[in-house]
Ligand binder design. Structure first.
Ligand code: DGL
Length: 250
């Protein structure tokens, strides 16, 4: 008789990010799959990932992924472009029995949409410097000019909740001034700033938030028939995290 492993019975979908950014993906999955068992891990002891070298992010992501595996996750969602850039392929090899969903900057929809032939990407430096980003541009950009800007200050803004429209404008306007008509949010934190960013870019620039498409992919690969549990964990300060969850998820 074949013995089923614990993992075959597990329905836990582990979703992680350096902080609260991955909640932009979590909320779509949670709304669409009320019966799914979701475990959200915010690695706030290490936030931000963005300014760290790829190797360092890779070793952090290995630990975080192992933690989710220990909790019984059968699907791991890297709701973080930076983590995916650093370690998605390595984690797939390390845990071949798990399903992984990761994020790459949404260059494809942007290049399909653009009429000006220019698209912008706001992301972290680690994402923009990594080989995953280079591959995505090579594959989808074609003749379209892709103009990038690292914006680590916006990650901090979402974590603290201290929204400063002037700082958002300083990050976004240099891209808008180049004539882009699509702006890719290449960091999951930025989904929480989408309305502020749209107010600055105006309606001529389409804001592309990858969260709904990533959530749709999670719904395709994960086991959605659990007990509807919702767990949240942080490696940082618990009380701060509770306040952030209340602020961002109402
Ligand atoms: N939310 C993350 C991303 O999508 C990373 C933010 C950070 O820790 O720098 O890249």
């Amino acid at each position: 008789m074949r013995r089923a492993s614990v993992l075959e019975w597990s329905t836990v979908i582990g979703i992680f990010d350096s902080g609260v950014g991955g909640l932009t993906v979590w909320r779509h999955v949670s709304d669409a799959a009320p019966q799914a068992d979701l475990w959200y891990l915010a690695d706030q002891a290490n936030v931000p990932y963005g300014p760290r070298p790829l190797d360092e992010v890779r070793s952090i992501v290995t630990e975080v992924t192992d933690r989710l595996v220990m909790l019984g996750a059968s699907t791991v969602v890297m709701a973080c472009h930076t983590a995916s850039a650093a370690a998605l392929e390595e984690m797939r090899q390390r845990h071949p029995h798990l399903s992984f969903v990761g994020l790459e900057p949404a260059i494809k929809p942007a290049t399909e949409w653009t009429e000006t032939g220019r698209v912008g990407v706001l992301a972290t430096s680690t994402t923009l410097d990594g080989p995953l980003y280079a591959r995505v541009v090579e594959r989808y950009a074609g003749d379209v000019e892709v103009i990038t800007r690292p914006a680590p200050e916006l990650v901090t803004m979402v974590e603290t909740g201290e929204i400063d429209p002037g700082t958002i404008e300083d990050a976004v306007m240099p891209l808008v001034d180049t004539g882009i008509d699509a702006l890719v949010l290449g960091c999951t934190h930025f989904g929480f700033l989408a309305d502020h960013i749209a107010a600055i870019t105006g309606s001529d620039v389409r804001i592309i938030d990858p969260a709904p498409a990533v959530a749709a992919q999670v719904l395709r690969v994960a086991d959605l028939e659990g007990s509807g549990t919702r767990n949240f964990e942080t490696t940082g300060d618990q009380l701060t995290f509770v306040t952030q969850l209340e602020r961002l998820l109402h």
